[in-house]
Design a binder for this molecule. Structure first.
Ligand code: FES
Length: 74
């Protein structure tokens, strides 16, 4: 939720993640696979909106890419 990610739709990505995973920010899914956390900036502003999945940066996230990332992780 740093400035670059925020202005490029980061809040919508957080909402979609929350809806898809069924957890709020700071919560973990019942199976323990996902914890949804919001950070100010992960140092990838040029790739915004960006996610950090474990130690990997996912660049220029959009809803389609988000679904693919979750499918790969699930
Ligand atoms: S604001 Fe998102 S990576 Fe910097």
């Amino acid at each position: 939720m740093g400035t670059a990610c925020y202005v490029r739709g980061g809040m919508e990505i957080v909402k979609r993640l929350s809806q898809t995973l069924g957890v709020g920010v700071g919560e973990t899914t019942p199976d323990g696979k996902f914890t949804l956390e919001v950070m100010r900036c992960i140092g990838a502003c040029g790739l915004a909106p960006a996610l950090l999945v474990n130690d990997r940066v996912v660049r220029q996230v959009n809803p389609d890419k988000l679904n693919r990332v979750l499918a790969l992780c699930g």
